[in-house]
Write a protein that binds this ligand. Structure first.
Ligand SMILES: [Zn+2]
Length: 287
């Protein structure tokens, strides 16, 4: 799933390629991908793109008439830019193509989604706050006003494991399963540490890990074409999706444990004092 660094880079890519262009047409390949009906998608035609922004993991294309085309790529979605888009509008069916935006010079992009669980979502609104997932977003960790005090106030009193806090879009915007693993590895912190139990030193360490990990990921992907971002994300990850491999910091074997609806990866030596985390799903089954 694209997270903050990839969405930030996609926004920068689109800013460079689409800003100043007029939308020729926008087409959704299925009823389910478009989550709004007023204004209609056809109203985008003829509007000029003036800005491309990001809210958490949402992309936001802004037009000169004040419309926002907001896109959430979900778990298996991606944006594919083409200098020459096919002229035929997308056909509904089993193809991964979910949405197509065509610009005045014939360039544009496709949103695609692999798999059978279709979660990719597109919204056309007058105000980003009309999108429920945007309205409830927590603060952006890359924003200048996201300070160590901001993080401390988000963690204070929360009886939640830090892994869950980092992933919760309503608490902090833009970090998902992959970068929460990376942040916690950089912070040398157990994913199961309870937020409310953190000392000021823990908070400062976590804060620096969040800023550094996300900034480095954004820098690595800056200037890459949209098509190359996915590969860059994978190669830049140190622990996420690397169970069984050697930790690049200490050489210990990266381990995996189930968490919520998926799993997390961590280094026992770097993060949990050498002890493997108990797989609660497994121990529950054994009881
Ligand atoms: Zn390690």
């Amino acid at each position: 799933m694209p997270e903050l660094p990839e969405v930030e880079s996609l926004a920068a890519f689109l800013r460079g390629h689409a800003t100043g262009h007029v939308v020729a047409r926008a087409d959704a390949a299925s009823f389910s991908v478009l989550k709004t009906f007023d204004p209609p998608l056809t109203s985008l035609s003829g509007q000029m793109i003036t800005e491309v922004g990001r809210h958490g993991k949402f992309l936001d294309i802004v037009t000169d008439q004040g419309l926002h085309l907001i896109m959430h790529l979900a778990r298996a979605g991606w944006l594919r830019w083409r200098d020459e888009l096919p002229t035929a509008p997308p056909k509904p069916g089993k193809s991964p193509l979910a949405f197509r935006l065509r610009l005045d010079d014939g360039s544009g992009f496709d949103l695609t989604e692999q798999g059978t669980h279709k979660r990719l979502a597109v919204y056309l609104v007058r105000d980003p706050a009309e999108v429920p997932g945007v309205a409830t977003l927590g603060p952006d960790p890359l924003a200048a006003d996201f300070t160590a005090d901001t993080l401390a106030s988000l963690l204070a009193g929360r009886r939640m494991q830090v892994k869950g806090v980092l992933r919760d879009q309503r608490i902090i915007a833009g970090i998902g399963n992959a970068y929460s693993d990376e942040v916690l590895h950089a912070a040398k912190m157990s994913p199961f540490k309870i937020a409310a139990s953190m000392t000021p030193d823990d908070v400062a360490t976590l804060y620096n890990a969040i800023k550094t990990t996300l900034r480095e990921a954004v820098e690595r992907s800056a200037g890459l074409a949209a098509a190359d971002l996915k590969g860059e994300k994978k190669s830049g990850l140190r622990v996420h999706a690397r169970a069984g491999q050697a930790c690049p910091v200490c050489g210990d074997t990266i381990k995996e444990v189930s968490f919520a609806d998926s799993s997390l990866q961590y280094c026992p030596t770097c993060q949990t004092g050498g002890k493997p985390l108990a797989d609660r799903r497994l121990s529950r089954l054994l009881k």
